[in-house]
Each structure stands twice: as structure tokens, then as C-alpha cells.
Write a protein that binds this ligand. Structure first.
Ligand code: TRP
Ligand code: ZN
Length: 884
């Protein structure tokens, strides 16, 4: 089907491939300007499919030769495909040899084979392999790979590919070669090669089963001292997967390679993971606690893909969440298990839910809404989304909730027993989990449960309580609904596990009240007997389902939950609800002064000063809901009003608690020798928030002591977390010292690309004062360190402004939107995948108040009017403009 010249791919059109490719022998003569690729394949007709032509995918390739069983053959090209019609009709195997060339140094899309700082890298997921050679570029075609790399020995001393190194040696003319054999069959999206000047941190380990492995983390020569944490994270990942799921490493050698030019976070190529440097390199001087935590979780994520994604892969790209949702679930569990005790686990859970609610819920409510398993797409790159990843993870988590932790582990074992080595669907996964737990709620409700895979939109659960004092009975009524999404007007009820408990008003939990209620009807009643007085319900504990929970809590009830709930997630949630109520009331009132009352401030003071609560948890409670989250609660959004009200709340919290903040800073700022563990990073986070608040308060009081102390801390800090927090406190409070501090910071780190990214991001994300951020961003575009070509740098400046700074981006004069449209078009010519991400910054334009709404629509229309847009950007902007 064609829309103009863009093809819509539909899930229902899936057909098995007409041919299988059993083995591939690739020989590369690597040269940045012209790389030669010889591809020798052994193919076989799929006997289960009617005989037909072989259509191979290719993109931006120069085709030189095609041989079938060593003989020249006729072929034609249809669009990007190479079509071979006169193939042997018998189902015997035959050889196909294809010789092509490509130009890696001209590849600015960073898909296929490209050059980054003089080193060759590949990125094949989802459809990049076709930019390297002609192939059946689909995940259900799995082949054995033998790869020979040839290159100049001086310029490219290290030659890597998947699997085992079986041969290497010198060639004429200063060249050398290396031959790699991957012992596992794989889809082509897991192919990788790397060639360049790299050094490796190495570690030999012995697994539980006695097998020995070589682990390597490859980086550029100056970066070796920043690889210890990544290596530790890799070893922890291997140990965790063995312990929790009995899944061992299946390779002699496992390699991670870092590159500074990468479209995403990292890639799970078999045995040769390629990472964005952001998720590998760390030293206490250059990386924050958040960076350390991200490295741990991304290293884990890619490693866990080795089983969930590589050993069992996706039948087609609609099944992406089969590997991504499950692997995010696994990396979240990994980080939680490493965090240790209950409070640190809850902190991780809260952070994950915050991402879901501020990024995925808006996606589910906007023009790009799609089910966890989408039904159609134009460009698959646009579906590596928070819905497929984070909501997908919640869908897996609910399966664990409905089968228990042990039951879920049994289900995983059955999944691998059934499907190891196969390309399968989300149905196969859920079926295995259910079949291993025949008496579970999941097994009982499986077809209905699977609506989580097919229905888009965020379900809402409305709760009402009725207390009958005479009968000592409490009745909770839970009603579910789901708003329509583009192309899906009607929604059927979901299976929703709601973990809950009841508290008495004094905070005591009612014995026996805690349970998980599984909703499957539109309305469910839960009756509690023997309830002595009107209780406070603690609902959706641990965020047991990815839904919006509506319950008309009074302040008194929320204060009870905040102070006493046994579920730390709901304690935090109660604090967020208290803040949200005040934000929404103030926004509605039209006034901005003093949004916070004494009850709220006293509660926050009590949390801050609490003798038992952890610092990390306190920091989360004392951080107000984001502008994006507040905006999502409104029908019509005036972003400037949201910004002004939240700033007023922050100012008040800073000023009225200033003595408490000073106390908190003094108590927590010293964390001793740097270690990125949960306890000390929690202390640094709270000390950082305290400094930010003290600098903010100083604006009102004229205090010079705290800004001075902050500046001193910025200069003396022994680690990047403390240094950056101090810098951010000065910048965000708009203090005069910020200028000098920013300059010093740049001078100190001018050779550290990842730190410069922080420097750009901080300025682009600064709290707007009279429209001053956009001019600063435009000025920074001219900075010698800025380049649009490097995705990390582009994201640090442009995305930080357009997607992460609503108060500065949504300008009444529309200049933010004009800037956005120019950057989308500029980026699209270089790197459509990155451009399409930026294009999504205006997804929620229909919610905006005037004059923003009209101006945003115009900006999107301006982008859409460009004739030669990429499919990536076209899909995003045409969905944004579609009338639903
Ligand atoms: N599979 C990768 C992950 O989630 C995602 C990824 C990395 C990717 N690079 C990409 C997806 C490029 C699309 C395009 O771990
Ligand atoms: Zn992944």
C-alpha cells in the first residue's frame, strides 16, 4: 500500500520468508571512502511458501556483481530491492554471491557502516544491515556468520566482529586481516563490526558452570581509566542473570565497544555490544551518580538481551516489545536487586514510574499513541518508544505480579525451553508464562490480559469508598475506562492488578486488608468487614499497573499516607498528590502568589527532618511534580502559567524551609571517598537539592552566604555529582556567579565531550527568566564546540531546550517553535532518526492554549510542507496534524 511514496507496513500482512539464508560469509575491505563488501550466502527456498522471486533489501549500495552457484545471472532492481527471478526451482540449497561497495565516511545517518572519529562502526537494528549488503533484512531469517575484515594495520589495528576470532595475519601493502566466526545463528540486525584504534580493559571470569569467559571493554586510548564501572556492571549483570533466571553467558568472549557517535543508548549485537560513550565512560571527576546508575542499567540491559532478544528473537518488528519490554523489565529488576534493601528498591521504582508517567502517558494520549504491539508503521525507527520499552516492561511486570516472582521465573524457563533459537511473537511469551502457572490469574484471564498488547491508551481506574459504620463494613468500588486513541475509538476492559491496603486515620494498617485485587470487569466491588472506623485506602501500591488512579483524596488522607503508609511508593505518591492539588488549584485561580499552605510546608519539613527516612527517598518526596506532569493533568495548557506556578511553589518551598534546607545540607554534604552506591548517592542528591533551594531562597532574602558557599563547593568538589549540582544551583537560581562558574567549568572540561554535553544541556534547560534561554541557545549553536552532526551534542543543546524546558520553549512570540522547525529540517538532512525524535517535541500541541496552539500548528505545518522529508519525520508530523 502506498501513501504518496511512503509504504505503510501492517502487522496483519506478515508472511514467512520465501527463502531462508543458512549461512553468510562476509569479506570487508574497509576504506572510509569506498568499502568493498563481498557477501557469499547459502540459501534455500522455504518449502512452506509458494515459489516466487527472491527480493533482497538494499539501500545506498553500489552493486558490482551477482553470481548464482558461481555463474552470472539476470537480475533487476525494484525500488531499493534486488530481484532475482531465475533461481533454481528445486528446494536444494544454492550459493548467491553479491559484491557491493558503500561509502562509510558519507554515512551521517549512523545506520549501517559508518565512521566515528576515524573508527568504523556498524548499527544494524532495525533495518541497517541493508545499508551494508543486499539481504533478507528481517529478524525471522537467521543465519550463521563468518566475517573477514581487511584494513590498513596502522589506522585500524583492532578488527572486531561477532563470535570468536579464528584467524588473523598480515597482508601486503601494510594491511592486515581478522576472521571471526559466530557460533550462534542470528538475525542480521545483530551483526556488528568495529575497526580502529582502540584499547580494552580485560577481565577473565569463571561462570557458575565452570565455563571461562573473556570480557572486554574497548574505548579510545585516553579513556581506559573510565571503564572500571562498566566492567563491574557487566560482571554484576552476568552474575545476576545466572542467579535470578539461571541464564548463563553462552560465548567465550563478550565485548563492549564505546563510540561517541550513536543514535541511541546502546546495541546488543551478539557478543559485540556497541555503546554510546555516555553509557560506558565514567570517572568520579567526569560522571555523576545518575551517569553511574545509567551505565549499570544500560550495560545490564544489553547483556540481558543476549537471552531476551538474541537467543529468542522477534518474528517481525511489530513484536519489538517481546525483547524490549522484557529486557527493560529485566534491567529494572537487576538495578532494584543491586540497590538492596526496601527503601533503595522503592527509590528505583519511583524513578521508573516517573519516566513512565512523564513520557509514556503523554505518548499514549497524543497523536503517536500506539499499542505495545503496534498494528502498523511507516518507519520502524519511530517505534522504539517509551510505549514499547517502558509500558512494555510494565506489561511484563504485571505478568510477574499475576504469577508471583517464582511463578514468573518458571514461566521464563518454559519460554526458553520452547523457543530457544526461534523468532517468535508476544503471544508466545505470554502463553509460556501462563502455561507454566496454570492456576494463576494470568492463565485464567490470558486472552483478556493480552489486550495490554493490542489496545493503546492509558486506562483510568476511578475508586470510590463507602464506609458503613453500623456494619463496620468498607466497600471500595473500582471502575475502569480507557480514553480513545487515534484509530481505536472503543476499548474493552483490561486486566488490572491493583495492590492495596487500608489504614486507619492514625496511620495504623488494618490487619488483613492488604491484597491484590485483579480487575477484569468495567466495575469491581471489594468489601472489607470488621473495619472499626472510616479507613484511608492506599491504592495501586508499588504502582502495580500502568494506569491513572482517580480517587478524591482529602488533604488529611494524603497526610496520613505520606506519614504512615507501609508502601514507600504510595508515601511518595501522597506527597506528589498534595503538591499537584495545590498546583492545579493555583493554576485555576489565576493568581500565582503563595500556592503552598502551612499544612503542606509542615509535612515537607517533617519528611526532610525525618530521623529514619533515607536521603534518596526524601529527595524524591521534596521534588515537585514536573511541569510536563502537571500539564498532562490539564485539559488546556498554558505552559507559561504552569511554569510560573511551579516556580512560585519552588520559591516558597525554598524560602519557608530555608533553615531546614541549611540543616539538610550540613547533614548530608559530606559523603567521604567517592562511591556511587545507593546510600551515598542519595545523600549527594539531597545535599544538591538543598543547595539549589538555598540559592533560590537567597534571591528573595538577598543572602550572599549560600551562593558563596555554593560557588566554593563548585570549585572544591571532589566528584562531578557535587560539582555539577553546585553549578546547577547557581545557574537555575540565576545568580550572578553562574556566568563565571560556567566559564570555569568549560575551561576545566574542554576535552571531555560528555561533560561538555552537560554544559550545553544545563544552559539550554535553565529556568527561563523573561525569555532569556532561547537567545542563549542560539548563541551556543555558534560555539566552536557545538556540532549538529554528533547526536549527543545535538541532544544536549536542542532537545534540552525543545523537549525538556517547556517554560522556555513555549513562547508567546512563537520563536521557540520557529527554532524547532528549523532544527528539525536541518537535522533531517543529516540524520532522520534523530530529527524524528526532535519532531515529537510538539506532539501535544492540540492541548495548548492560544496563542501557543495556533503557532505550534503552523510550525508543524511548515515542517510537513517540506517536499523531500524523510519517512521518519514525515510519519511524525503527519500524525501530529491528522484530524482524529
Ligand atoms: N536494541 C537497542 C536497545 O534497546 C536499541 C537501539 C540501539 C536501536 N540503536 C538503535 C534501535 C538504532 C533502532 C536504531 O538496546
Ligand atoms: Zn533493548
Amino acid at each position: 500500500m502506498r501513501e504518496g511514496q511512503t509504504t505503510v507496513i501492517r502487522r496483519e500482512d506478515y508472511a514467512a520468508p520465501a527463502y531462508w539464508i543458512d549461512s553468510v560469509e562476509l569479506t570487508f575491505d574497509l576504506d572510509p571512502a569506498k568499502t568493498r563488501v563481498l557477501n557469499k550466502m547459502r540459501l534455500r527456498r522455504n518449502p512452506e511458501v509458494a515459489a516466487q522471486a527472491l527480493k533482497l533489501d538494499g539501500e545506498e549500495l553500489n552493486l558490482a556483481r551477482v553470481l548464482v552457484n558461481g555463474q552470472g545471472t539476470s537480475f533487476k532492481t525494484e525500488g531499493d530491492q534486488l530481484v532475482l527471478e531465475n533461481l533454481p526451482t528445486v528446494t536444494d540449497a544454492f550459493d548467491l554471491e553479491i559484491f557491493t561497495t558503500c561509502a562509510p565516511e558519507k554515512n551521517s545517518k549512523l545506520m549501517g557502516l559508518y565512521v566515528s572519529q576515524g573508527t568504523f562502526f556498524t548499527q544494524c537494528e532495525a533495518e541497517g544491515f541493508r545499508r551494508i549488503t543486499y539481504f533478507l533484512d528481517r529478524p525471522d531469517v537467521m543465519a550463521s556468520y563468518t566475517v573477514t575484515l581487511r584494513a590498513d594495520k596502522k589506522k585500524y589495528p583492532v578488527l572486531l566482529s561477532n563470535g570468536n576470532l579464528v584467524e588473523q595475519g598480515d597482508l601486503d601493502g601494510g594491511r592486515h586481516y581478522a576472521k571471526w566466526v559466530d557460533p550462534h545463528k542470528k538475525p542480521c540486525y545483530l551483526f556488528a563490526l568495529v575497526a580502529g584504534q582502540l584499547v580494552a580493559r580485560e577481565q577473565r571470569i569463571k561462570a557458575r558452570n565452570g565455563r571461562e569467559h573473556l570480557l572486554q571493554v574497548y574505548v579510545r586510548p585516553g579513556d581506559l581509566d573510565k571503564t572500571e564501572h562498566a566492567m563491574n556492571s557487566l560482571m554484576a549483570s552476568i552474575a545476576w542473570d545466572e542467579a535470578r533466571f539461571k541464564l548463563p553467558l553462552d560465548l567465550d568472549r563478550f565485548m563492549i565497544v564505546a563510540t561517541s557517535d550513536f543514535n541511541m543508548g546502546a546495541m546488543e549485537n551478539k557478543g559485540l555490544n556497541v555503546f554510546n560513550t555516555k553509557f560506558v565512560l565514567a570517572s568520579q571527576a567526569t560522571a555523576t551518580d545518575v551517569d553511574y546508575a545509567n551505565i549499570e542499567s544500560v550495560v545490564g540491559h544489553e547483556y540481558f538481551h543476549n537471552w531476551t532478544g538474541n537467543r529468542v528473537t522477534c518474528r517481525d518488528w511489530f513484536q519489538l516489545s517481546l525483547k524490549e519490554g522484557l529486557t527493560v523489565f529485566r534491567d529494572q529488576e537487576f538495578s532494584m536487586d543491586l540497590a538492596g534493601e526496601a527503601s533503595a528498591r522503592a527509590v528505583k521504582r519511583i524513578e521508573d514510574v516517573r519516566v513512565l508517567r512523564t513520557a509514556q502517558f503523554p505518548e499514549d494520549a497524543g497523536p503517536m499513541a500506539h499499542p505495545v504491539r503496534p498494528d502498523s508503521y511507516i518507519e520502524i525507527n519511530n517505534f522504539y518508544t517509551v510505549t514499547v520499552y517502558e509500558k512494555g516492561s510494565e506489561v511484563v511486570r504485571m505478568q510477574q505480579t499475576l504469577t508471583s516472582r517464582e511463578g514468573f521465573a518458571k514461566g521464563m524457563a518454559l519460554y526458553f525451553q520452547r523457543h530457544d533459537g526461534q523468532a517468535v511473537t508476544c503471544d508466545d511469551f505470554a502463553q509460556a508464562i501462563a502455561d507454566a502457572n496454570p492456576s494463576s490469574e494470568l492463565a485464567r484471564l490470558l486472552p483478556q490480559f493480552k489486550r495490554w498488547y493490542s489496545q493503546a491508551g492509558t486506562p483510568q481506574v476511578a475508586a470510590r469508598g463507602h464506609y458503613d459504620a453500623a456494619a463496620q463494613r468498607y466497600t471500595l468500588t473500582l471502575t475502569q475506562s480507557c480514553p480513545p486513541t487515534p484509530g481505536q475509538a472503543e476499548k474493552l476492559p483490561f486486566v488490572i492488578p491493583v495492590a492495596l491496603g487500608l489504614l486507619y486515620a492514625d496511620g495504623l494498617e488494618i490487619p488483613g486488608s492488604a491484597r491484590t485485587v485483579v480487575l477484569s470487569d468495567a466495575q469491581t466491588e471489594v468489601v472489607f468487614e470488621g473495619v472499626a472506623s472510616e479507613p484511608v485506602p492506599s491504592l495501586l501500591r508499588g504502582f502495580s499497573a500502568p494506569v491513572v488512579l482517580r480517587y478524591d483524596y482529602s488533604d488529611a488522607e494524603l497526610l496520613t499516607l505520606l506519614a504512615h503508609d507501609s508502601d514507600p511508593f504510595n508515601r511518595w505518591e501522597a506527597g506528589q498528590r498534595l503538591a499537584l492539588k495545590r498546583a492545579l488549584a493555583t493554576i485555576a485561580s489565576g493568581a500565582t502568589e503563595q500556592p503552598l499552605d502551612a499544612a503542606y510546608l509542615d509535612a515537607m519539613r517533617a519528611v526532610l527532618r525525618h530521623p529514619q527516612l533515607d536521603a534518596a527517598f526524601k529527595e524524591l518526596v521534596l521534588t515537585l511534580p514536573s511541569e510536563t506532569y502537571i500539564a498532562e493533568q490539564l485539559e488546556v495548557v498554558d505552559p507559561q502559567r504552569v511554569h510560573a506556578v511551579r516556580e512560585a511553589m519552588r520559591g516558597q518551598l525554598a524560602l519557608e524551609l530555608r533553615e531546614d534546607w541549611a540543616w539538610a545540607y550540613e547533614q548530608h554534604h559530606d559523603t567521604g571517598a567517592y562511591r556511587p552506591d545507593a546510600v551515598s548517592s542519595g545523600r549527594r542528591a539531597l545535599a544538591g537539592l538543598a543547595l539549589a533551594m538555598l540559592c533560590l531562597a537567597a534571591r528573595e532574602t538577598g543572602d550572599v552566604v549560600w551562593p558563596g558557599k555554593t560557588y566554593q563547593r563548585f570549585k572544591d568538589a571532589g566528584n562531578m555529582t557535587d560539582r555539577f549540582n553546585a553549578l546547577a544551583a547557581l545557574v537555575q537560581s540565576g545568580h550572578a556567579l553562574a556566568r563565571d562558574a560556567l566559564q570555569r567549568f568549560h575551561a576545566l572540561f574542554k576535552n571531555e565531550a560528555l561533560v561538555l554535553d552537560k554544559w550545553f544541556a544545563l544552559q539550554a534547560g535553565a529556568s527561563d527568566r523573561g525569555g532569556d534561554v532561547l537567545p542563549a541557545v542560539k548563541q551556543l549553536m555558534k560555539h566552536p564546540d557545538f556540532t549538529l552532526k554528533n547526536p549527543n551534542r545535538a541532544r544536549s543543546l536542542i532537545f534540552s531546550y525543545c523537549s525538556a524546558n517547556p517554560g522556555a520553549f513555549h513562547r508567546a512570540d512563537a520563536a521557540g517553535y520557529v527554532y524547532w522547525s528549523e532544527r528539525v529540517l536541518e537535522l533531517d538532512a543529516l540524520n532522520p532518526q534523530v530529527a524524528a525524535r526532535l519532531a515529537r517535541a510538539l506532539d501535544r500541541w492540540k492541548k495548548l492554549a492560544e496563542p501557543y496552539r495556533h503557532a505550534a500548528r503552523e510550525a508543524i505545518a511548515r515542517v510537513a510542507a517540506k517536499p523531500d522529508l524523510s519517512n521518519d519525520v514525515r510519519e511524525v508530523v503527519s500524525r501530529a496534524l491528522a484530524e482524529e
